[in-house]
Design a protein around this ligand. Sequence first.
Ligand code: GTP
Ligand code: MG
Length: 190
Amino acid sequence: MFKVVFLGNSGVGKSSLIQHYCTGHFCSSKKATTGVDFQMKTIYMGSTSITLQLWDTAGQERFRCIAEQYYRKANAILVVYDITCLSSFSTVREWVNSVEEKMRDGVMLMLLGNKLDLADTHCREVSRKDGQSLAEHHKASFYECSAKTGENIEQLMTQMAEKLIDQLDRKCDNTLSLTTNAAKKSSCCL
Ligand code: GTP
Ligand code: MG
């Protein structure tokens, strides 16, 4: 089970992304999230099945302290902005800074530019290049996506899940080699 937390300004499409990923549907009249919501999704990666706990936080200023309590124990944090809203991109830095202060080591960070379906309608305010360089700066993975059309959602969630599994495998290998070394040491002391 992995805990995945979505953060970002109000209206960028966090709830819509989670809804599309879990149900395949998009609703154009979504109400703003108040507090925190969550959904579970089980996915199969080869012979491994994993459950993602998807935490949907509220972007409105007055709920931010609630959101903070949720990303403390996260395995992955997905910071979302709206490619048609420059201010939502400018705030990403604030979100990432507050996350970096409080998150555990080894947490996976992803930056998502949502509403890609509006990119060709002259509404784009954030270029892909700017999104990419901000992600590189924070050592985060980067995707542009659309909760409306579903573009890239499956891909980005699969990439996230693969990385989480990979991280867990490496942790298990390290623990195993530490245990083996400790066992060797204790047997030579006998
Ligand atoms: P808070 O709950 O207030 O933090 O907002 P949120 O980030 O959860 O945004 P929400 O999913 O409620 O979406 C806000 C509005 O943007 C809604 O009217 C959605 O229908 C719309 N929206 C979300 N994603 C997309 C998208 O990919 N494309 C388009 N065109 N509209 C979107
Ligand atoms: Mg919401």
